[in-house]
Design a protein around this ligand. Structure first.
Ligand SMILES: [Zn+2]
Length: 486
């Protein structure tokens, strides 16, 4: 860490710690005489150094960066003496003309972090208190038990976050959401989609020719509606993969979903997310640029294949995308701002519980596959959960004997973690856009295509990711996305 950087971060932390209302990017820009982008980078560096500090960048008030209450308290409570000591060591380093001890800020960060339990467990505990109060209102005494959690959490969700599906759906027509997925791919990668009139295997299917700069890239087929002969779920496959050898061939890619047919067809928000997810897989095929078909598109490791799909879901949550595309199917009016706000907030509901519950299962799975097999599975499970300090009302999602993912086949043994690991990557990858210049930053889109989406399984995923991001993924963006940053 260079001297200037450490010093600037310290000044920034002090500036932030002294304010209750937070510090805007404009104020940083002014204070340090830097441009907006540099201010943004400094804010991000501050956040990386002190993960307790909550920062969001953007124009509107909701996304203005600020100190989270916990971060503020910690910086004020422990901060002053620590920061002064750090300042002294920075001065000493400057006086002696040597590099600043890179560990100094890290040690401070560790000390701050040591003062709080992991943010997700803390969030879950705060939620537990609210749910316990609801339970008391129903005249039930005693502790909140695991079987109470889902019941009261659902009641709370309905009270606080319920979306009127009937009112929401007219804004999420299938055609509008297809246009949104295509529109984002156009802004990010320059792809264009032109309807094709082709004989297809079912009248519900639709096809588009995908072009870029007027050149043929691929054929994309959407088979969106449920019907009796289809298995459930949603998936993406290629009828033909991209290849250059032995001859050049463009991919033919298909997204299959099970949306309810209607005229017009209207989607739930979950459906719209599924559409973006599968289209993210499709992009992995469409933008593939490798020599051999066997390595093209989604021919990658299981914990890497969900990166493009889960990453693409983030664009559905970019407010300007829904503002532009989620228009009322009859009136054409944009989605009312309160509805949009409620929709986006509902996505982080009960994340403390969900994170703790999932991580417990993943860690038990990993522990079981480490070293000698446990003699008593349930005792070993209890042991892991005790060490985690799991709140009383949260248990594993699947107790070991019916943890089907892990014990009914070998596909996921010691691999249950991979769902959230994919989420770590997609959150971190999307943060690259936010840090750079926003969700549609063209340089980041080019890097994503060059290093990941075009590469299929031609290189090790860690190398591909590092080429894109300059480092391996970190967990901070996931915690922010789940509303769990301290
Ligand atoms: Zn997927």
């Amino acid at each position: 860490m260079s001297f200037a950087k450490a010093r600037d971060l310290l000044r920034l932390a002090q500036m932030a710690a002294g304010r209750h209302a937070g510090v805007s990017l404009a104020e940083i820009a002014e204070e340090f005489a830097v441009d907006h982008r540099t201010a943004q980078r400094m804010a991000r560096a501050l956040e990386d150094t002190f993960p307790g500090i909550e920062i969001a960048t953007g124009e509107d008030r909701r996304r203005r960066w600020r100190l989270g209450d916990a971060g503020l308290g910690r910086l004020q409570g422990v901060g002053d003496a620590e920061l002064a000591a750090l300042e002294m060591s920075l001065r000493a380093a400057r006086r002696e003309g040597r590099e600043v001890d890179a560990g100094a800020l890290e040690r401070l960060r560790d000390r701050l972090l040591a003062q709080m339990p992991p943010s997700h467990a803390r969030r879950a505990e705060a939620d537990a208190e609210i749910l316990t109060a609801m339970m008391r209102e129903d005249g039930i005494n005693g502790d909140l038990e695991p079987w109470d959690w889902r019941y009261y959490s659902e009641k709370r969700r309905q009270a606080e976050h319920d979306l009127d599906e009937a009112a929401l759906k007219p804004y999420l027509s299938l055609d509008a959401m297809i246009a949104a997925a295509f529109g984002c791919a156009n802004r990010l990668f320059g792809l264009e989609f032109t309807p094709l009139d082709l004989p297809l295997y079912h009248p519900d299917c639709r096809a588009w020719e995908v072009t870029r700069d007027g050149r043929h890239v691929a054929v994309f087929i959407g088979d969106y509606f449920a019907r009796g002969s289809k298995r459930s779920g949603a998936w993406c496959s290629s009828m033909r993969g991209q290849a250059k050898l032995p001859q050049v061939q463009g991919p033919v890619v298909i997204n299959v979903c099970n949306f309810a047919k209607g005229d017009p067809a209207l989607l739930s928000y979950d459906d719209a997310r599924t559409l973006f997810h599968e289209f993210g897989h499709a992009l992995h095929h469409l933008l593939s640029d490798v020599s051999y078909e066997s390595l093209s598109g989604t021919s990658v490791a299981r914990d890497f294949v969900e990166l493009p799909s889960q990453l693409y879901e983030h664009w559905l949550e970019v407010p300007e995308v829904l503002e532009r595309y989620a228009t009322h199917v009859e009136t054409g009016a944009p989605m009312p701002p309160e509805m949009l706000d409620r929709l986006l907030k509902a996505t982080t509901y009960d994340m403390g519980f969900q994170t703790v519950e999932y991580v417990a299962s993943a860690l038990v799975d990993l522990t079981f596959h480490e070293g000698a097999p446990p003699e008593d599975l349930m005792a070993a499970q209890r042991d892991v959960l005790d060490r985690l300090g799991l709140p009383h009302a949260i248990t594993m999602r699947h107790a070991s004997p019916h943890f089907a993912h892990v014990f009914s086949g070998d596909g996921y043994s010691s691999g249950y973690y991979s769902y959230m690991w994919s989420e770590v990557m997609d959150a971190d990858a999307f943060a690259a856009f936010e840090e750079a210049g926003g969700a549609f930053d063209t340089a980041q889109a080019r890097a994503l295509e060059r290093h990941i989406l075009s590469q299929g399984g031609s290189s090790d995923p860690a190398e591909l990711y590092t080429a894109f991001r300059g480092r391996l993924p970190g967990v901070e963006a996931l915690l922010r996305g789940r509303g769990l940053a301290a």
